[in-house]
Write a protein that binds this ligand. Structure first.
Ligand SMILES: [Zn+2]
Length: 65
């Protein structure tokens, strides 16, 4: 009788995940889902909003002409 085990929804894939000390990746169902989530967080953290759209770059800086 595993009373401490609980099934939760994996934030990575939406599948069943065992929320217990035996699951090292809880609340994720697997290492893969956990890494995917961390990767998403990292890319969000490094995403810096730019004020000028990239399309303007080919026209150059007017101050240099
Ligand atoms: Zn998952």
């Amino acid at each position: 009788m595993a009373a401490t085990e609980k099934i939760v929804r994996c934030p990575g894939c939406g599948g069943d995940s065992v929320f217990a000390p035996t699951n090292l990746y809880r609340p994720f169902c697997s290492e893969r889902c956990k890494n995917l989530d961390l990767g998403a967080w990292a890319s969000e953290a490094f995403r810096v909003p730019t004020e000028a759209p990239p399309e303007d770059l080919p026209f150059g800086d007017p101050k240099l002409q």
